[in-house]
Design a protein around this ligand. Structure first.
Ligand code: DX5
Ligand code: ZN
Length: 215
């Protein structure tokens, strides 16, 4: 059974209290919080201030996905805001190992996010220091995009790398996850499903979370 991480990027920000209450009563495992800087990705979302509000609204794991350059400048702020998992992009970090050390030293779980064009082999020398790999199945920056089918192959490769090393690193799939493709994503070896539009644009978001959980 996969862990489900609804992406708040697709929530209605005029009724966050209602959406958070729905999530808290649902089978969701994580709050997936997408931070965008308008530089690493062509969009701007929100920063530590909103993470702090979400932290106060839930006891669920706050899974913060940083799509920003120089994430080391902000790691401490996100820790103080209440992040449990902090993921940085491999493409934004020339000293990725140092970023992972910093995140762990601050007391958070460390995630590495990889774009669709980045081969999983790039993770070989950091996998044992990584709690979660956030594998992008769309190009980051926007919710509601179409799942890139080649991701299935990458999930299988990463599953093999993790299992061969006897690691507990979680594989999280982010972008374009639907009720239709979730079974094949899980079968390929994913542990965590991020879902934005599929959850928040559905008629009954809580039931959709349960349906994803039972895929
Ligand atoms: C995209 C974000 C995703 C996004 C997922 O850059 O990282 O988390 O919100 O949204 P959906 O599930 O709608 O593709
Ligand atoms: Zn994300």
């Amino acid at each position: 059974m996969a862990l489900i991480a609804p992406s708040l990027l697709s929530a209605n920000f005029l009724q966050l209290e209602k959406d958070c209450a729905m999530l808290n009563q649902s089978e969701a495992d994580y709050y997936h919080l997408d931070v965008m800087d308008g530089r690493f990705v062509p969009n701007i979302s929100f920063g530590p201030m909103l993470v702090d509000f979400f932290r106060k609204a839930t006891t669920k794991t706050c899974d913060v996905h940083l799509m920003i350059l120089e994430p080391e400048k902000f790691a401490e702020q996100f820790k103080n805001a209440g992040a449990d998992i902090l993921s940085v992009h491999i493409e934004a970090c020339p000293h990725l190992h140092r970023n992972l050390q910093q995140i762990h030293a601050l007391g958070m779980k460390a995630g590495v996010a990889i774009n669709p064009h980045t081969p999983v082999s790039m993770l070989a020398d950091v996998l044992h220091d990584t709690d979660l790999v956030c594998m992008m199945s769309v190009n980051p920056g926007f919710g509601g995009q179409k799942f890139i089918q080649h991701t299935i192959e990458k999930i299988k490769q990463l599953r093999t790398m993790i299992d061969e090393r006897g690691l507990k690193t979680l594989i999280e799939i982010d972008g374009g996850v639907t009720l239709e493709n979730a079974p094949s994503i899980i079968a390929a070896g994913a542990d965590v499903l991020v879902a934005g539009n599929t959850v928040f644009k559905s008629a009954d978001p809580s039931a959709t979370i349960s349906a994803l959980k039972n895929c």
